[in-house]
Design a protein around this ligand. Sequence first.
Ligand code: ADP
Ligand code: MG
Length: 697
Amino acid sequence: MSESPCRDDRADQVFSLNITTLPGISEKRKKLFAKLGVETIGDLIWLVPRSYNDWSRRKPVSQLKEGEVAVFEAAIDNVPSLTRRGRLSYIRARLADDSGSVQAIWFNQPWLAEQIKRGERYVFRGRVEGSGRKRSVNSPEIRKEGEWNFALEPVYPLTAGLNQSQVRQSVASVFSRRGLVITESLPPVIRTGHQLATADYALRRIHFPESHHDIAIARRRLAFEELFLLVAGLKSLKAGREDERGPALSLSPDVLKKLNDQIARLPYELTASQRHAVDAILGDYRRLSPGNRLIQGDVGSGKTVVAAMAMAVACWNNYQAVMMAPTTILAEQHAESIASVLEGSGLNIALLTSGMARSRKRLLQEALAEGKIDILIGTHAVIEEGVRFARLGCCVTDEQHRFGVRQRVRLTGTGEDVPHVIVMSATPIPRTLAMILYGDLDITEIKDMPTGRQPVITYTAAEKDRARVDQLIGREIDRGHQVFVVCPMIEDSPELDLHSAEAVYGRLSAEVFPDRRVALMHGKLKAREKAEVMRRFDRGEVDILVSTTVIEVGIDQPNATLLVVENAERFGLSQLHQLRGRVGRSDLRSFCILMSDSEDPLVRRRLTALCKNSSGFAIAEEDLILRGPGDVFGVHQHGIPDFRVANLYEDGELLKEASAAVESVFLEDPRLEKAENRVIVAEFKARFGDRLIRPGL
Ligand code: ADP
Ligand code: MG
């Protein structure tokens, strides 16, 4: 990498240069910038200001009001005085204009005493404190008129050790490179058709705007660009899959008969939604290219049986299928329930977990490679490490967003056919976002719940209600049902006054229910111990299971009718909804009690939202309102990257516009092969390529 800046900098060359090629970036500062996600000059150019300080709206000194951050022009009216107290110091000075004067005080900036001189005029910006004779301005920033040309000064995200002026200087030094040209990243027709500023203009103005109008124009262009590139990129991934060869599955009358017989053998009727989901998957199977389908359905909507049937159809075609779960417990549960819904199918189902003895693992792997196992179920990690299939036809991932790592499905034995991918998720997302979150997947929603299901009756309770909660637990056990108690942590901690699983377990097992079967489960137990507890719970040999959130996802025990959440304020809305899905999984009346002494209005609103709503979608909307943009429900879990400018909630209209633009491009050029459209795929990969969490990418 060259140390000296080139004369005529083209963006594509400059963007990838390390920031250490800029003046004043030491190794130490490089590390600090890395914390902001800035490693290259391109990253720095895209380090978009959080806000702007407006230095243009100035006030006469007499008008400065307590509490406001004010900008005013004034002269230093006396000789600034520096006072030192050990390592601390402060400078006082009087600032005056024609209208009046005000005291200013700067803490711990002794060098300023040398720089500001009596009689000189400056522009100041700072918070006004006190009123009347006590009025002062606290550590105002100082600018000399003429030295800083920008009325709107960018305010950047910072990290400890890096200050505004350092970041501003670095950004300014990039843009002051002679001949820096920022190449366009949108096809020309799109840019002009949607009346968007050029990339060069927008990126310069977002850092150095001359007016609020400039900022709006720049923001719109950059947000559009991000949304457009992501939606278009996802769509091109999907189009690219049309060229791949999927497994050759035939839905012969014989296979369809097997499927219908299998479904008829279930102890219940499939809901219309389940039937529809199975049909959608069969539709994918009929095509030559591999399918990539998201099955989205609230907790308890019955996704597992859909996956089981999908896998069975692949296997009846002499392919293999795999199902990956986020935890060992879930994998074991899936193995059991899939074996049960596929009873009589003649298919060979195996479970692979990390706790398994090596020799057994090896046998299993051999059997898989030889095609002797039809359906393999296990955790993602275990399956990814060294498992090879003879002929993989279908890959199901459950609660995929939980994996939290980038996923690739590289499981095929021969590497020829790409398997059908089915992703199951219970995290509801507002419909408007589905397109951008899952633009590359086909989506099927499971809307209706199995018949006979009643919403889980949800209450809030406080410590003073403890005796009644214990009574309720006792009542459910007397009815022969089982109870979950979920705690925010495993052990008591001196810093946090929370109910730990161990303490709650101790209290319930020794004091409250000494003659009931109480069990404890948490993440620190060995895989084998966890499995043993779950087995006992499944067999009905445990009345009360005290646990941490390890039970959050997918656990299926229809006999569990009461869930108590301790310190419910510690959990997010989506997490509570997931937890609550552990009960109400049969036609038995089920209850959820959210214990919390918190009086925080946001917490109360969150808990009330759960009491009032049973649908995950309604809760997702509420969560969106409560949390606001930034950390919205499920977005990160869904693997959507952070945008630098776009905001999925505020830019809804722009998202529609960008999506329409994407449609128009694909209509003319479905494979993005035209010269002017190639930039789209390149930019999409550069921006989002390694930040997307997706199977099959
Ligand atoms: P989830 O969608 O949360 O993964 P599961 O697949 O675990 O839901 O199903 C929840 C429960 O509902 C299981 O006990 C399952 O046997 C049962 N179930 C699934 N489909 C039906 C149905 N159509 N009618 C009745 N019960 C069903
Ligand atoms: Mg499930």
